[in-house]
Design a protein around this ligand. Sequence first.
Ligand code: GLV
Ligand code: MG
Length: 377
Amino acid sequence: MPRWYGPGSRAAAYPWTIHEEDELRSAKDFFRPLAVGAPEPLREIPARPSRAIHFFDPSNEKMAAKIPGMVGKVDVLLGNLEDAIKADNKVAAREGLVRIAQETDWGPTQLWTRVNALDSPWFLDDITTLVPAIGDKLDVVMVPKVQGAEDIHYVDRILAQLEAKAGLTRPILVHAILETARGVANVEEICGASPRMQGISLGPADLAADRRMKTIRVGGGHPGYLVRQDPVDGDIEGDRGIYQQDLWHYTIARMVDACAMHGIYPYYGPFGDIADVVACEDQFRNAFLLGCVGAWSLHPKQIAIANKVFSPSVEDVRHARRVVAAMGDGTGAVMLDGKMEDDASLKQCLVMVELAEELAKVDEGLAKQYAAIEVDQ
Ligand code: GLV
Ligand code: MG
């Protein structure tokens, strides 16, 4: 299957990593099911569009009633069982998700869930309820507060056991949230811990707390995190420009590299200031430019922002197609509009062209815009 994004083709050849705790496990065994009768692990993570991962609370009946109407309009719908669901509603959320999943025809939309943390009183019941009841509908299980490969190994094995028991034929994939300092330190081994690993999301709220950062915002920038222009003529009281910096740049860049190296997908997480659609779009776009394929949506209006930002612009697709057409067999160099294009810039352009092709399959509006592009040399 062609990748719609991400430099996965190279990494796909080496999707395993041997860690200290894996020393005795042969690379040949990496793709063997972890339980007798469980489905074979996938060798490549399907490149399914996932620009917006829209969170819903399955215990909220009003919200749940809207879910079937959102199928086909958002790439991923995620039934949230973890933070933001009150302890008293945990069981109702779990049961609500089972009911909604069973009653809904998901069509082209993926169904994900975010289960409770591995050290919480709810994880075991979450996983042992969901897999037998709706394992055939669930595409991805998002695991919060992942600290290291050992957390993924635990989820990997229990999923295999439950899949085998339920007679599932397709493995459920795993997505980790990067939201602990130790998780960031171990991000490469987390990405390579299992063939189930589908991707990673930045969790800026928990991560800020765990690192003892001093922002109390959920994602986004902070006006205090800045650099200031040097004084003009030594006048430290005079006017000086200030440039706000991105608190999350380091973590996102690190996450993108770890995901790319393992052929899995990186995502921006939540942007809590729902009203500030402008800053949300900026933050999502930074993530897109750095290599992320999507972001979380906490409110329906963030779906439109993510769909726009994580889809290549018509101008970029036009330019990319021109380069592809001009580069012939893909070797050598050409000049286009006074700029040099070569084998490497062709690969950059192919990332855009392939992403546009995959998105056009699920998004009619985009398909029309991309189809109308005329490529002149
Ligand atoms: C998301 O779960 C976060 O903590 O930001
Ligand atoms: Mg969190």
